[in-house]
Each structure stands twice: as C-alpha cells, then as structure tokens.
Design a protein around this ligand. Structure first.
Ligand SMILES: [Mg+2]
Length: 221
C-alpha cells in the first residue's frame, strides 16, 4: 500500500472501485453470455486473472492522490464473491482447464461453508476479494488507508451508517451486462443514503467524473 501521508485533521472519504475508479464494464461486457447485452455473466468475470486486467479510469489515480491531501482514503467495494481466502484447495491456474468451473465451485463451497461451520466471522481482510483488490490498487499506484469489502450495494449503506463518512463516491449503477455502466442506478440505495444523511457523489464518467469531483472538493477553479 502507498500510505496516505499524515492523517491529522483529515476528512473521511469512502470510495467505490468498480466503474468508479476502474473500467469494470469492459470486463463485464467481455464476459456477458452469450454476448452483450445479456442476462448472465460468466463466472470468469470475477477471478483474479480477469480482475487484474482492469484499467484505472482517466484521472482516477491522480485525483485520489490529490484528494488524499484533505481526506483519508477508504475504498468500499461490494466484492463479496468467492468467500474467504482460507480453505481454498485449488489455485486459480486450475480454472483454465475444462473442469475449471467445478474447481471454482469446490473452492467457493469450502471457503464459504467451512468458516460458517466454525462460526468464524469473515472480515474484509479475510475475504478472497481483498487480496485481489489490494494487489490491483497497489500495482496501479493508488494511495489509500484501507480496503473494505462488503457483499452487496445495500450493505455499503449499513457499513457507512456505522462509521464517520464525510464523502462517499460511487457510480451506484448495476446491470452492466444489460446496459453498461452509469445507466441503471440503485434507486433504493440512493434513497437510503439520503435518509441516513450520508454525503455522496454519484460518479459518472461523462457528467460527474474525477475531474469534476476533484475540482468541486478541492476548490481548484
Ligand atoms: Mg461501482
């Protein structure tokens, strides 16, 4: 991690990852089956090899770096897929074989079921997606203070209700396999953010992109 310089008196920023700082839709489009637009997304859209190919969106790295002068940077992503990083019998190289989906299912079954059997609570760092997300952020040079993984968009609001949050940035869009990013928004999540007085920006690559948001919050006209 490239750690954020001194935290004294900084505001707190929580920031989404998929379609907010990366070109997530490119991956979803590639793996929509049988082809985009389509109802289903192939399981390979959510494996390490594919996630690591995501490219940062324009200005994302630089904007986060500039915002880190005023804000602690905490990433908050709904990447609960594939359970815990523990109890996974097979490495992802097995996924390339014709029986790859079966291997993934065994990994997921064990990594989801075994912690439950043992009554282990899986925190963000113990989730399988944590190490993938961390490696992607680090390899692209993002500055940050923490990575927080939840299972769904709804859970983001529950998470934010329990912490101090001065600003939340998220594209809040879903169904990228049907309409691309920034089209269909999580209306109930947006209502919930308003209800809970959480200050948020809906990221949009055209209208409310990193250049706009950075200018607004750093007052650099
Ligand atoms: Mg997103």
């Amino acid at each position: 991690m490239i750690s954020n310089p001194t935290k004294v008196n900084k505001k707190i920023l929580f920031c989404d990852i998929d379609s907010t700082i990366n070109d997530h839709w490119k991956r979803i489009k590639k793996w929509t089956i049988p082809e985009f637009p389509g109802e289903q997304i192939h399981w390979k859209a959510f494996i390490r090899k594919e996630l690591m190919k995501d490219k940062p969106l324009p200005n994302a790295i630089n904007s986060i770096s500039r915002l880190s002068e005023k804000y602690e940077i905490h990433f908050l992503t709904a990447r609960g897929f594939n359970g815990s990083k523990s109890y996974r019998l097979f490495s992802e190289r097995w996924y390339d074989y014709s029986f790859g989906k079966l291997v993934l299912k065994i990994n997921n079954f064990l990594s989801v079921k075994l912690p439950k059997l043992k009554n282990d609570l899986i925190n963000s760092k113990q989730k399988y997606a944590y190490s993938i997300t961390k490696d992607w952020l680090d390899s692209n040079g993002f500055v940050y203070d923490s990575i927080n993984i939840v299972d769904s968009a709804d859970q983001k609001v529950n998470f934010l209700k329990k912490v101090k949050c001065d600003l939340f940035i998220d594209d809040l869009s879903h169904s990228q396999n049907l309409s691309g990013s920034y089209v269909k928004l999580y209306d109930s999540v947006i209502d919930n953010l308003i209800k809970n007085n959480i200050n948020f920006e809906i990221f949009n690559i055209e209208f409310n992109n990193w250049a706009h948001i950075t200018e607004k919050y750093l007052n650099v006209r």
